[in-house]
Design a protein around this ligand. Sequence first.
Ligand code: APR
Length: 255
Amino acid sequence: MGSDREIDVFPPALIDALVDSRHIVVMTGSGTSAESGIPTFRDAQTGLWAKYRPEDLATPEAFARNPQLVSDWYEWRRQLVSKTDPNPGHTAIAALTKLVKQLTLITQNVDGLHQRAGNDDVIEFHGNIMLSRCTDGHPATGIQGDTESPPRCEQCGAMIRPAVVWFGESIPAAVLQRALAAVETCDVFFAIGTSAQVQPAAGLALLAKQNGATLIEINPAETPLTDDCDYILKGPSGAILPKLVSALKQTSDHA
Ligand code: APR
């Protein structure tokens, strides 16, 4: 149970903005999963993959050039993700969803941890690493295991690949539509654990700000968004978000 100290941690106007909000958008990046043990994208790759840049692995060209290498990298990431659990930051976002009038969760992450923490409606901007499809877009049932070479689509024979959005690929239209609709109507926008370097995700925060939303960043480091934020909560999301939820519970009638 949060002590009354938490309420003093945050500016009263920030808490009021959450209490009075009609629609909050939370956009998360890989920093939100860092405390679950999943390396962020732009930290140095650990172990076997130290010599590759993600940008050289997560592209259609890389897959065409060396489908086995790319498939192995995703298999390695799936194994990693399957051994991790949601952290208190994920759990706090799920709790926040129940405390406010409306919250739309957009994630750039492909690890499915928000769903496992209790958010059942997540806009997965970059897809989901646990799902596969063929290069022609047919959903593939099984996750590719350690096969000799990427398996083939039963429907059309094309190679099976992860159902994620690679560099140079566009966000699926329906996903982008939903995200933009939420950003257009929100009055509070959280950018949590993202370096705000990849478009169009990074642009959503500024779009929300242009529409009059209060912009809040949670990140131990500065990002290109920091100067435009109304509130900067500097630190790990796994520590900050549970405190924010406790503070909110102490002010509204959800105590
Ligand atoms: N809590 C909050 N933020 C954190 C934490 C933490 N515990 N640890 C690190 N961060 C921050 C870092 O300071 C950095 O700003 O998380 C951010 C991670 O940035 P990136 O590694 O660039 O990840 P992300 O912003 O999600 O990348 C966006 O780019 O690589 C593609 O498709 C990939 O979805 C990804 C997209």
